[in-house]
Design a binder for this molecule. Structure first.
Ligand code: NA7
Length: 528
């Protein structure tokens, strides 16, 4: 008998829900978590200003009405401390902690062909066996720490947004540099600018950012929205992005320009990523995309006082939305502060670090603290860091030319291994929590079925997987997405194969496909 029926790797949104659901089916389940507490993404990304850009109404579990009714979100968008408190509450409410080993990194998982079980080894040298392994490692949890020349000799402090220290970091009066202007940098920069003596932003690629218009929620606001939209969750589950964004149903191309301007103004004032759903063709038609991109560039010119700074902040090298759209609070106005400077790394690349700062374009910028907001080895990175070995070899080797997984849920040659929000699923293109719940429900029902049927090995066929990967690519190619050097494409990691990783066909369509596969007796999977 194995130590556990199921080992789950990770105790964030996915791992906690898995543990609760698998236990509910009577399966002996154990979770290993690298962090010293539950929370996953929301444990590690505790940098100043960290906040979710999906509204709190949707960025929550829907599986338990009692949990939903008792939790009160404070703001339109949940902050990192609030999300961490929510996940800690979930762990306690469902008595999950007794089956979670915190501070324990899974180093390897090896399939034992003799017994059809997984041997899972952890960093403390321990080994356990399990019939099934489910990875719940998140898509953005393997931080990218670029090795700049001279970095080790820098006398100041270096911090990464993706593994920010637990204790408070006080930058009052200090000279701070931020490298990176993705979502993390764009959220952290305004908060750091308020505290720091001086802040220098080192920008490689200008990004499009939309105002969040975050605000406290009125008492009863969630309740009234739920009353007005009784099948809210069901609509979100069947929607393209797993949240209701009041998406427009007309194309921009051909629409009256005055009406377009008014609609974009309205959405800009309302705030949030729903701006991107104003028209049906923004993600697929270059002409429509250009109109929206021009609109945002115009707004940047309006907000930023110095024309040269506004020019450098205006993105020109990718269609809007093809790199993850950023949602901010006071990002562009921050550049009007006297204590903030912008360095364009395209014109003056980072030459090296010295003991006292960073040399760009032949001049040294003196710094006390450097914040790396340099992102993640997305989607595959967290899985690559675990040595996963199936009967035919390692997952790392199999995926060296790009990830291959059927439905983003499982990979041929790796029996009894499931992935939550793996490559080839909507994952990062959707509201992660809705996608996580869909994957958890599907995986738990599948494992339950396999146990009942006494199946010893279950994995996708190569044919089904190849067809799925081809479909993922075809759909991506119908959009403008592959045109950007984005982390969706693996383009931010030196040497990583460039391939569009998530499924861009929408959460609702994807759910139907997964349900159809299960209803057809798990079409595309082979069993022994
Ligand atoms: P992102 O979106 O990958 O942003 C990372 C930023 O760091 C981006 O501006 C990068 O420029 C920059 N970067 C990365 N490496 C370097 C080096 N070596 N030199 C200079 N600049 C660099 O990560 P985030 O953490 O902001 O956001 C990740 C996701 O988390 C986000 O999309 C949300 O879903 C939540 P580049 O664009 O590659 O030129």
């Amino acid at each position: 008998m194995t130590d556990h029926d199921v080992v789950v790797i990770g105790a964030g949104f996915a791992g906690l829900h898995l543990l609760h659901s698998l236990r509910g089916r009577g399966l002996r389940t154990h979770v290993f978590e690298r962090g010293s507490d539950v929370g996953g993404t929301w444990f590690w990304n505790r940098y100043p200003g960290a906040r979710c850009d999906t509204p709190s109404l949707f960025y929550a579990y829907s599986f338990d009405p009692g949990l939903e009714a008792e939790w009160r979100w404070e703001e339109r968008y949940p902050s990192q401390p609030e999300l961490l408190a929510y996940l800690q509450h979930v762990a306690d409410r469902f008595d999950l902690r007794r089956d979670i080993s915190l501070g324990t990194t899974v180093e390897s998982a090896e399939f034992d062909e003799a017994t059809d079980t997984w041997r899972v080894r952890t960093g403390d040298g321990a080994e356990v066996t399990a019939r099934y392994v489910v990875t719940a490692v998140g898509c953005l949890s393997a931080a990218q720490d670029p090795r700049f020349p001279g970095l080790d000799g820098f006398a100041g402090r270096v911090l990464h947004t993706g593994h920010w220290p637990a204790e408070e970091v006080d930058v009052s009066g200090l000279r701070v540099g931020v490298i990176g202007t993705g979502s993390s940098g764009i959220q952290a920069i305004p908060v750091l600018a308020e505290q720091a003596g001086h802040l220098t932003v080192f920008q490689r690629t200008a990004n499009f950012s939309l105002p969040a218009r975050n605000r406290p929620l009125e008492p009863g606001e969630h309740e009234s929205e739920r009353r007005d939209t009784p099948d809210l969750w069901e609509q979100a589950r069947r929607s393209p992005a797993g949240a209701l964004w009041n998406a427009g149903d007309e194309a921009l191309v051909g629409a009256d320009p005055g009406a377009v301007r008014a609609e974009l103004d309205r959405r800009w004032e309302f705030g949030g990523a729903g701006f991107m759903t104003a028209y049906t063709d923004i993600a697929v038609d270059e002409k429509a995309n250009d109109v929206v991109a021009d609109y945002v560039r115009d707004r940047i010119q309006d907000i930023v006082d110095d024309p040269e700074t506004a020019r450098v902040l205006s993105p020109h090298d990718h269609p809007i939305g093809t790199k993850r759209i950023c949602v901010d609070t006071d990002y562009y106005t921050t550049y009007n502060r006297a204590n903030v400077a912008l360095v364009d790394l395209r014109e003056s690349p980072i030459e090296r670090f010295t003991a006292d700062g960073i040399v760009v374009g032949g001049r040294e910028v003196p710094l006390d603290v450097v914040v790396l907001a340099t992102g993640f080895d997305a989607i595959t990175g967290p899985l690559d860091r675990i040595a996963i070995t199936g009967p035919g070899g390692s997952l790392r080797d199999k995926w060296s030319a790009g990830p291959r997984a059927y439905l983003g849920l499982a990979s041929a040659g790796f029996p009894n291994l499931f992935m939550v929000t793996g490559p080839g699923s909507p994952s990062v293109l959707s509201n992660m929590v809705v996608s996580i719940e869909q994957h958890v429900d599907w995986i738990v029902a599948c494992i339950d079925h396999l146990v009942a049927d006494g199946v010893s090995r279950f994995a996708p066929t190569v044919e089904a997987e190849d067809a799925w990967v081809a479909q993922v690519n075809e759909i991506a190619d119908m959009t403008l997405m592959p045109r950007a050097a984005s982390w969706y494409m693996g383009a931010n990691v030196p040497g990583k194969t460039r391939i569009f990783m998530p499924f861009a066909g929408g959460v609702g369509a994807y759910r139907e496909i997964c349900d159809g596969v299960a209803a057809d007796g798990y079409r595309g999977f082979a069993r022994d």
